[in-house]
Design a protein around this ligand. Structure first.
Ligand code: SDX
Length: 392
């Protein structure tokens, strides 16, 4: 209370929303989607099956899975006029700036015919977004490097198709390495949803006004871009490359401890996990598999990452601050090994997270909801009379 206003402590409670999709226990490092542990989904399921789980609350049976996969793969192409939209961007525009634009533009293709109060229309929106995000992501990359766009090949799996659109060309379209496709699928799966993180909360708040779901997801992409959130995977690689050798690690550990120029170890820490991030453990295993498959076991960045992790897990400062590797710590090393440039890392994160965003949007719109209206703690002037210009 500042003598003018008194605050109801109950009002101060952080607004929380109800959801059945994902459960996190940050203290125990637990992440469940529909009750299934992320470790089991990563090991036994795949991305599209997890998409079905997030959209429907249950894992699909064989018939449901076949129908869902067919529906998604049937809609991987985007309207040909969207290719013109890409050409309006400079080739060196950050791919996340392009994704915000083109996903927002999708709203113009699905606006007049879309009734968000119609459950079937909501399902169609979800399916179209999941189907088209890899195509748009790959188009971002092709525009960035000046190569022609590759059309989807729907005879491939979802993640094989993405790598085909990323690295194939009309002149040379080699078979996708199944180990890399499986790693890509795990990266999408591990990023699928994460409860009320900043970008998902943005999608929910935007959706609470009744806005077009494609525009709401574009708002989520904008939020994810920040280095404190989805942009961290790009920042991890930049940090590892700046460290350069294992010998330099101590200097950076010291910078993190004394917070010199507010330096933070990218890929460490989490708003919720104050123990290990279960996704990071799976990502580390996948990283080892991919680098072994590509004969990159001696990748210097991996050596720096592993040494950094070991020091951070043993150092009393990081233990006291509860700073463990998060989902972004190893994902960048995997993506670099696959051949994805750092500026595309957060686009990959957004592609995987699209199902989480649209599942949360659908869950909110499917139930009675009100427009979001965060309140504030006012710390400005109390009421006062206007002062004429010649008196100031
Ligand atoms: C994601 O919400 C989600 O679920 C997000 C996400 C998802 O799937 O959607 O999980 C994805 O965003 C993962 C996080 C990726 N970001 C990074 O890796 C960037 C580096 N990490 C930090 O910036 C930070 O850890 C946050 C933002 C992730 C979490 O910050 P918190 O929990 O709010 O912690 P804090 O900022 O209050 O810091 C607590 C203390 C501080 O020291 P003191 O002021 O107590 O002395 O820990 C220190 C911080 O200085 N600290 C770090 C640090 N993170 C926090 N010190 C060094 N390196 C770090 N990374």
């Amino acid at each position: 209370a500042n003598g003018y206003f008194t605050y109801d402590p109950g009002f101060m409670a952080t607004a929380a929303c109800e959801s059945k999709l994902t459960f996190i226990d940050g203290a125990k490092g637990v992440l469940l989607h529909g009750g299934y542990p992320i470790e089991q989904l990563a090991d036994k399921s795949d991305y599209l099956e997890t998409c079905y789980l997030l959209l429907n609350g249950e894992l699909p049976n064989a018939e449901q899975k076949t129908e869902f996969v067919d529906t998604i793969m049937k809609h991987t192409m985007v309207h040909e006029s969207l290719t013109n939209f890409f050409r309006g961007f400079r080739y060196d525009a950050h791919p996340m700036s392009v994704m915000v634009g083109v996903v927002g533009a999708l709203a113009s293709f699905y606006h007049d015919s879309l009734d968000i109060n119609n459950a079937e229309h909501r399902q169609i929106s979800a399916h179209r977004l999941i189907a088209k995000m890899p195509t748009l992501a790959a188009m971002c990359y092709k525009h960035h490097i000046g190569q022609p766009f590759m059309y989807p090949d729907n005879s491939l799996s979802y993640s094989e198709n993405f790598l085909h659109m990323m690295f194939g060309t009309p002149c040379d379209d080699p078979k996708v390495n199944p180990v890399l496709a499986r790693a890509m699928d795990k990266i999408f799966l591990l990023h699928a949803d994460h409860e009320q993180n900043a970008s998902t909360s943005t999608v929910r708040l935007a959706g609470s006004s009744g806005a077009n779901p494609f525009a709401c997801v574009a708002a989520g992409i904008a939020t994810l871009w920040g280095p404190a959130h989805g942009g961290a995977n790009e920042a991890v690689l930049e940090m590892l490359e700046e460290i350069g050798t294992v010998d330099n690690i101590d200097t950076y550990i010291a910078k993190a401890k004394d917070k010199s120029d507010s330096f933070r170890l990218m890929g460490f820490g989490h708003r919720v996990y104050k123990n290990f991030d279960p996704r990071a453990k799976v990502m580390k295993e996948t990283c080892d598999e991919v680098l072994a498959e590509l004969g990159l076991d001696n990748d210097p960045l991996l050596a720096i990452a592993k040494r950094l992790e070991q020091i951070a897990l043993e150092d009393p400062y990081f233990i006291e601050k509860k700073l463990y590797p998060n989902v972004d710590f190893y994902s960048g090393i995997i993506m670099k090994a696959i051949g994805i440039p750092t500026e595309m890392f957060t686009v990959i994160f957004a592609t995987g997270r699209t199902v989480g965003w649209i599942a949360h949007w659908n869950e909110m719109i499917s139930n009675p909801y009100k427009i979001g209206r965060p309140r504030q703690l006012y710390t400005g002037h109390t009421a006062r009379d206007f002062v004429a210009l010649d008196k100031r």
